[in-house]
Design a protein around this ligand. Structure first.
Ligand code: NAD
Ligand code: IPM
Ligand code: MN
Length: 332
């Protein structure tokens, strides 16, 4: 099996170095190849997603990404983030799974990732008006919701579909589609929430949610709220899946320019993304569970600064890899 590593920019490179150690410790037989994406690729290749990177990703069994987006590339007319959008879209990884667990909280946001406001027509009219459009075909919504219902069936059996049906036509179609898909999942309960109310509930009662299924932009915003309620951005991982092809596994956080280059970022979100790669991408759920267990032991012993400790990024990564190899560390 071969896995492509895309460190990217900022703390992306720092947390990816830890993910590599963990992958090498947990599945030594894997072939790992590193490629450029984002700002780093713009500098070296003049393209935020070089052809060689895209080709390697398409031919892989899974792609691990750090984060992209640092530096000023206004001169180029493109952004590092463009590379990530093209990658998501080309791999057609429409189902973005973002689990949040902490204390009583155990929720999964299923965010539509390759449509909606991010990918609709945009431009500038002759009078200077700038526009972005939010559009969906019902098939795009249906496949996302089917995923969400199927996942809910393996959990507590509840889907909360989040929309803005009191304003948006796409949301009214989304709601109708959810009602129709629900008929095929009699064991899963469906409810609807408007996105503003959902934001409030996430803060007031995060433990009340099981699966949240929602549009691209809504899911982006709600996942940072959920992360804040469940240990912070340093802990939140994601898996972006398609029907037949490699998945993309990346933390929810970005390049964190405010802490980059200091070896203090929390690599947990990145290492949890490795666990999601093992489970959803490589069919190795036992190895995924081993990684999660190792993470828990290290976090209890030597947390990073964002979790009230003083472990460096690299020391944390070494400790997780050490747990998996069974060397050099104890639970004492
Ligand atoms: P961010 O997620 O990079 O950082 C937000 C805050 O969380 C910062 O204070 C940061 O220090 C903290 N933080 C994030 N990850 C952390 C970690 N692992 N450990 C400890 N603290 C952590 O968001 P931002 O600053 O708004 O965005 C910076 C850049 O990252 C932007 O260019 C944005 O587009 C990009 N971005 C990329 C991705 C991605 O590649 N998937 C995701 C989000 C943002
Ligand atoms: C995320 C990020 C990206 C997104 C940014 C960097 C464009 O915030 O993965 O959550 O909005 O999808
Ligand atoms: Mn985001």
């Amino acid at each position: 099996m071969n896995v492509v590593l895309l460190p990217g920019d900022g703390i992306g490179t720092e947390v990816m170095a830890q993910a590599r150690k963990v992958l090498e410790a947990v599945l030594p037989g894997l072939t790992l190849t590193e490629h450029r994406i984002g700002g780093e690729a713009m500098v070296h290749d003049g393209d935020p997603l070089p052809a060689a990177t895209l080709e390697a990703c398409r031919n892989s069994d899974g792609v691990l990404m750090g984060a992209v987006g640092a530096g000023d590339y206004a001169w180029s007319g493109r952004t590092p983030e463009d590379g990530m959008f093209t990658l998501r879209r080309t791999l057609d990884v429409y189902a973005n799974l973002r689990p949040f667990r902490s204390g009583e909280i155990d929720m999964l946001i299923v965010r539509e990732l390759v449509g909606g406001l991010y990918f609709g027509e945009r431009g500038t009219r002759p009078d200077g008006t700038v526009f972005d459009t939010l559009e969906y075909h019902p098939d795009q919504v249906e496949r996302l919701l089917r995923r969400a219902f199927a996942l809910a069936g393996t959990r507590r059996g509840r889907v909360t579909s989040v929309d803005k049906a009191n304003v948006l036509a796409t949301s009214r179609m989304w709601r109708e589609t959810a009602e129709r898909v629900a008929l095929d999942f009699p064991d899963v309960e469906l409810d609807h929430l408007l996105v503003d109310t959902a934001a409030m509930r996430l803060v007031q009662d995060p433990a009340g949610f099981d699966v949240i299924a929602t549009e691209n932009t809504f899911g982006d915003i709600l996942s940072d709220v959920a992360a804040a309620m469940a240990g912070g951005l340093g802990e939140a991982a994601s898996a972006s899946l398609t029907d037949d092809g490699p998945g993309l596994f990346e933390p929810v956080h970005g390049t964190a320019p405010d802490i980059a280059g200091r070896d203090i970022a929390n690599p947990t979100a990145m290492i949890r993304s490795v666990a999601m790669l093992l489970e959803h991408g490589l069919g190795q759920p036992d190895e995924a569970a081993r990684v999660e267990a190792a993470l828990e032991r290290v976090a209890a012993r030597t947390p990073t600064a964002d979790r009230g400790g003083s472990a460096t990024t690299s020391a944390f990564g070494d400790a997780v890899a050490g747990e998996l190899l069974g060397v050099g560390v104890s639970d004492a």
